[in-house]
Write a protein that binds this ligand. Structure first.
Ligand code: ACO
Length: 401
């Protein structure tokens, strides 16, 4: 047991809060989150309104700059982002150096960091104009390199941004256009992706966002801070949940596809199995994002007419859980990761790419939080600790150890 009095005597009065469950690291004007009530707002606007009425870049502008853009501002933002979607050709040599089997999140983190070499101004932002340029450069280049991680994994030639298409449509073009023929965008798919990216745009001081802020607090540049955020998001406890959903569905299918059997396993208190994609640590009544994305998932599946046994299992689990006493009484509803996993699967995006999708959506939040921290001139993040090691010991000479 920890002897608190002894520790105090050694270290002075320090608040100990592992995982920062009760510690605010900053003040922020960006995102309001109330898990009990199921509320998520960006800059005061309800997530439901933004998902229904705004586009992803419009939401990104709001999250980063604090106000909804006028039509002219949004057009300018889109044009300025487009200007920076060309990635230095030498970056391709870096991608070539990775094995095809490299995980896309590792590649994405490395490539984001490598961007610092070709964009020194993003390292050292000195005024509003440079800040705006850094924002547009990051929004433009990150989307392109994120899709390149997929092209690398598949062994496909790398694609360039198509200036005749919008940002979200470009994602599909960059990912899926092959030399054999152009990718034909389906508006229902683009709309669903647009919503998914909006729903992921920010979630206050989560692990990756806190990482971006703490790395940036040493005045490291935007690309370096975001590269660290990508690494934090990579972990299965953070960005890996939708991948876990798909892996569970695949395991159920391999085992005969009996959804009812796995429902029973999830309810059995002697069985550690949990239904992935159900329940949420913060949203205790419902996840407002899940409601919005369930509708989009239903539309995507109906439009594409996919007949996939994995997705049928997902549907069975969802329907069973929504009327099952165990799940209803514990308020265990399908969360955003459950539906995002389904949509990505229906679009043919491999599970290894799911966290990259999350990163593309989260990018405006990371940028906004980094910018806020710099504009507010926040001090360097430097937590203390409570030392629990040895007191002073006499040095033992080598021959006596
Ligand atoms: N399947 C079956 N039972 C569950 C599940 C589940 N997915 N989730 C919670 N329960 C049960 C628990 O066994 C517990 O039952 P009890 O009251 O009889 O003991 C009750 O519901 C409450 O669960 P807690 O573990 O107290 O809830 P907690 O807030 O700690 O956990 C969590 C939330 C981790 C998300 C959990 O619901 C879970 O493991 N879900 C599956 C994994 C998942 O989808 N994670 C990603 C969510 S997104 C995110 O949180 C970043």
């Amino acid at each position: 047991a920890i002897d608190i009095e002894k520790l105090r005597a050694l270290t002075g009065a320090i608040t100990l809060d592992p995982g920062y469950k009760n510690s605010g690291s900053c003040t922020s004007d960006i995102t309001f989150l109330d898990g009990e009530e199921g509320i998520l707002r960006y800059r005061g606007y309800a997530i439901e309104d933004l998902a229904e009425k705004a586009g992803f870049l419009e939401t990104a502008y709001l999250v980063i700059f604090g106000e909804l853009p006028t039509k002219a501002q949004l057009e300018q933002f889109e044009t300025d982002i487009r200007k920076y979607t060309l990635v230095n050709e030498e970056m391709k040599n870096i991608i070539d150096g990775f094995p095809k089997t490299a995980h896309p999140m590792g590649v994405l983190s490395s490539l984001t960091s490598a961007l610092t070499a070709f964009n020194p101004k993003v390292v050292n932002v000195e005024n509003d104009k440079e800040m705006y340029e850094a924002v547009c450069k990051t929004m433009g280049k990150f989307l392109v390199i994120a899709t390149w991680t997929y092209r690398k994994m598949m062994g496909y030639p790398l694609n360039y941004y198509d200036n005749t298409k919008g940002y979200v449509e470009n994602f599909m073009h960059l990912m899926f256009e092959l030399p054999t023929g152009p990718y034909k965008a389906n508006p229902v798919v683009i709309d669903a992706l647009d919503k998914l990216f909006i729903l992921h745009a920010d979630h206050e001081q989560n692990c990756s966002t806190s990482t971006v802020r703490i790395v940036g607090s040493s005045h490291a540049g935007l690309f370096a801070s975001i590269s660290a955020g990508v690494s934090a998001l990579w972990g299965p406890l953070h960005g890996g949940a939708n991948q876990a959903v798909l892996e569970m569905l695949e395991a159920i299918q391999k085992d005969g596809g009996d959804a009812a059997k796995y429902m029973a396993k999830a309810k059995d208190k002697d069985d550690p199995f949990r239904l992935m994609g159900f329940g949420h640590r913060v949203y205790k009544n419902f996840d407002p994002r899940a409601r919005i994305i369930k509708k989009a998932a239903d539309e995507v599946l109906a439009t594409l007419g996919v007949n996939d046994p994995i997705l049928n299992i997902a549907k069975q689990l969802e329907e069973a859980a929504l009327v099952d006493d165990y799940f209803v009484s514990r308020k265990l509803y399908p969360n955003v990761d459950f539906y995002s996993g389904i949509i990505y699967r229906a679009l043919g995006i491999p599970t290894d790419m799911f966290t990259v999708m999350f990163a593309i959506g989260r990018l405006p939040g990371w940028i906004a939080q980094w910018k806020e921290m710099r504009v507010n001139k926040e001090p360097i993040g430097r937590p203390r600790q409570v030392y629990t090691g040895y007191p002073l010991r006499d040095f033992t000479p080598m021959e006596k150890r």
